[in-house]
Structures are given as C-alpha cells and as structure tokens.
Design a protein around this ligand. Structure first.
Ligand code: ADE
Length: 231
C-alpha cells in the first residue's frame, strides 16, 4: 500500500493543484502515493449544508462546528494514520516531523477555514495541530500542500538516484552551501576558485565552512540549537 493523503476541506477543487505537477505529480501518476480530497460540506446541516456558526461568547468570524467536522472525519477511512489539523496555532513543522510522517503510511489532514475549529472536535478526534510558519493563511489547504510535498519527495523511489536529499538544508542542522554552474563568468562574477581545483576534500571543507557561515548569519536559532545539540 502506497503512502496515502486524505484531505478534509471545504475546497476539494484546490487539489491536487500543484501536487499534480512535477516531482509530486509524477509520483502520483506512478501511484507512489495517493490523494483523496473529501468535502466537509457533505456533512453540513440543513438545506444550506451549514458547516460553521458564530463563536460562543461572541466575537468576529465563524467557527467550524464540532459535530459536522467529526462526522466528516468519521466518514473517512482514517485507519492508523496521524490526524493533522493545519493551523497557525500548531507546532511548527520541521524536517524531522516530515521524515517521520513520510516513513509512516500517510496522513489525514484537516484544513481549517474561518476563525477556527470548535476545540472539542480537536480533542475528541485527537487532531495534532501543525503550522507551516508564523503567518496566517486564509485556510489550511496551502499548508497541507506544503506538508504533503515535503513528505512525498522523501518517499522511496520518488527522488530516484538523486542523493540530494542527504545534503540539503536542515538534514544536518545546517542551511545549504552556495551552488554554481556554467558559465564560468556571469556579469563580472566568477565561480569560486576552489570549486575549479578538483580537490574533493578541500571542496568538501569549503562547502562545510560556507554552510556554517550562512547558518550562523541567517539562522542564529538553528545555529544555537546545533551547537547545543547532539552533534
Ligand atoms: N492555516 C492558516 N495559517 C496557517 C499556517 N501558518 N500554518 C498551517 N495552517 C494554517
């Protein structure tokens, strides 16, 4: 059984969207993973299939109803997969969490809209809140796509013989070193001499230094964690 993503959304037509293109899209066409977008509104109430209501205690916006979302979750085949709720309130998504999700059988992903989701369904259905960054999107769909893309590229056979998964940003706690290719001279800028030396060990050392410098300069938080960390 290949890796399965089940999405619960009010906008199923947003999928597969960009996940149907390029690396993830090719892998989808090869059935290396599967995607099912389910419509929360199918479980909405009344003639208008209402899914949301005004917040208890007052205030702006609308809240997705616990009973409606619970019915949508229960109607999906959620099996043993983690159930995620994309939310700016969630734990920040990391490459380590992406690796763990990719190593499993898939994920059930709830995409919120409006002001939020009734807290009781988060508790009652064991939803794990996940954020893709400290900014607010208009809904969880784009966040779900980012998470799925990050997982799918790690599935066995998806990146093929490309070993670039090993050296890239975050895998070793460092951001990536700078890359260069032809032409040798671009608008007066040359490729660093060392990269043309053919000295593999010195090139590796130079790349390491550059990765460390870039991490220190741009992400002091990552750098500090790395120093204090296991490595
Ligand atoms: N929904 C809205 N904003 C989000 C974010 N930053 N991460 C995950 N889901 C979201």
């Amino acid at each position: 059984m290949s890796w399965r993503a089940t999405i619960l959304t009010l906008y199923p037509e947003m999928f597969p969207g960009p996940l149907g293109i390029s690396l993830a899209g090719d892998a989808l066409a090869r059935a290396q993973w599967s995607l099912e977008a389910r419509t929360i509104r199918d479980h909405g109430l009344g003639r208008h299939r209402a899914v949301d209501d005004t917040p208890a205690g007052g205030g702006p916006g609308m809240v997705i109803r616990a009973d409606v979302l619970a019915a949508a979750i229960d109607a999906a085949d959620t099996d043993e997969r983690p159930r995620l709720l994309m939310s700016p309130r969630g734990a920040p998504l990391t490459q380590a969490r992406v690796r763990a999700l990719a190593a499993g059988s898939g994920a059930v992903i709830v995409c919120g809209r409006f002001e939020g989701v009734d807290e009781r369904v988060i508790e009652a259905r064991g939803l794990e809140e996940v954020s893709i960054g400290d900014y607010v999107l208009s809904g969880g769909e784009l966040a779900a796509m980012a998470l799925i893309d990050a997982c799918v590229r790690l599935l066995p056979g998806v990146m093929g013989a490309d070993a670039s998964g090993e050296e890239e940003s975050f895998e070793n706690g460092l951001l990536e070193y700078p890359h260069y290719t032809r032409p040798p001279l671009f608008e007066g800028r040359e490729i660093p001499e060392i990269l043309r030396s053919g000295h593999h060990a010195r090139i590796a050392a130079w790349r390491r230094e550059q990765a460390e410098r870039i991490t220190r300069e741009r992400r002091p938080d990552l750098w500090a964690r790395r120093r204090g960390g296991a490595e």
